[in-house]
Design a binder for this molecule. Sequence first.
Ligand code: NAP
Length: 453
Amino acid sequence: MKSVNPHNGQVLRPYTPHDLNHIEATLSAAKERFESWKLVPLSERSRMLNSLATQLRRNKSELAMLMADEMGKPLAEGEAEIEKCAGACEFYADEGPKYLAPELVKTDASKSWISFEPLGPILAVMPWNFPFWQVIRFAAPNIMAGNVGILKHASNVSGCSLAIEDLFTQAGFPKNVFSSLLVSGKEVEKLIAHPIIKAVTITGSTLAGKSVATAAGKHLKKCVLELGGSDPYIVLADANVKKAAEICTKSRLINSGQSCIAAKRFIVDKLVRKEFEVAMLAEFKKIHWGNPRDPKNTVGPQARQDLRDQLHEQVKRSVDAGAKLMIGGTIDENDPGAYYPPTILTDVEPGMPAFDEELFGPVAAIIEADDEKDAILLANQSIFGLGAAIFTEDVAKGERIAAQIDAGSVFINALVKSDVRLPFGGIKESGHGRELSYYGLREFLNIKTIYRA
Ligand code: NAP
């Protein structure tokens, strides 16, 4: 297990995976901690979450540097990610008590109510692309609700994994309210099977999600799956095309193209396709990409070289199938870094990898639609259903189309983003269950009915 700097291919640090004794001791300690943590008053949990927000902000520059080095995130994006984590901690510290308060329900009982009670140690299998945000958006609501968290982070961001555990300690949380385990994906089924683990959440690829869901099903543990996506961005004939191209470019290139809710398929009405292509090309030409530690760069390397190579294969197979390269699409074989140039593919159609698969990198796929109806059909012609966006100057039409898109969220004239106040998640092979808002807070709770005659 090692961290490799994707900017230059140099090993930053090897990590020794935790052995069976360490895993067993961590799980037992988490179980014991849960028994006391669930009794800690909500006001006290809120206080600690606010303190975690302070620690995150205090260490913001250092944590952004760690992400830049371990997975290539440009520094400004890293700092924004830490700020978002701090905001989520504060949100659950403030709103948690309201969402967790018992709900009285009028029935034939003299009193009946719903009580929200924690389940125990929850396993979180997390990806490298937002190494802090993905973890905090699981941990803040669950820990507020009285659960305790066990993190199995992606193997290439072990430094981030240990840094998060440290932040909880610095914030004053009792030991083992949050624990990081350095283990590979192969250990996950054993962890899910362990009687101490009460439920599991995974954010990652659809392949890993299927494996976690299979294990969770076999051992009858609840699971939340936040998986891949191929978000369609529909640009209608009446859209402000220049504005749409700016937003589409931004969404495609966030996190160097490695976001589950990045725009991936641009479905453009044939009446404005040329205009859109020209506008998007102009936006792509403005992009500075390179060393993520250099503040002028907004696109860094891909997180690992194998992922960069996999992306390049998908682009080559799409071109072989008839897609056309407008910009990018070549790699420097002698570069030890994992760089992939911002790339635009046009004339993309169903049956090509750029349409059917998730392209997890800075590659835009432009698809022509005959009209609005065709655009909706193309948008829904996907195994995924995470996010989607619609660009039109007719807001009522945008709302009408939003209702016809198979996705967990639809944004009109805006890029898809997560917001702690709104539920986040997908349908189809993008997963099931929700994070964020009170929906996320209640995923791993015993929603208990209490009835008094
Ligand atoms: P990944 O390869 O699936 O890894 C994610 C996590 O799963 C890692 O901790 C990994 O551990 C573990 N893992 C891998 N194979 C596993 C298996 N067979 N059983 C159990 N665990 C396994 O995904 P990634 O490359 O890190 O992340 C990119 C993917 O995540 C993209 O598809 C993206 O769309 C998706 N994503 C989704 C969301 C969402 O909210 N829907 C958010 C962010 C990312 P190792 O590192 O040790 O292999």
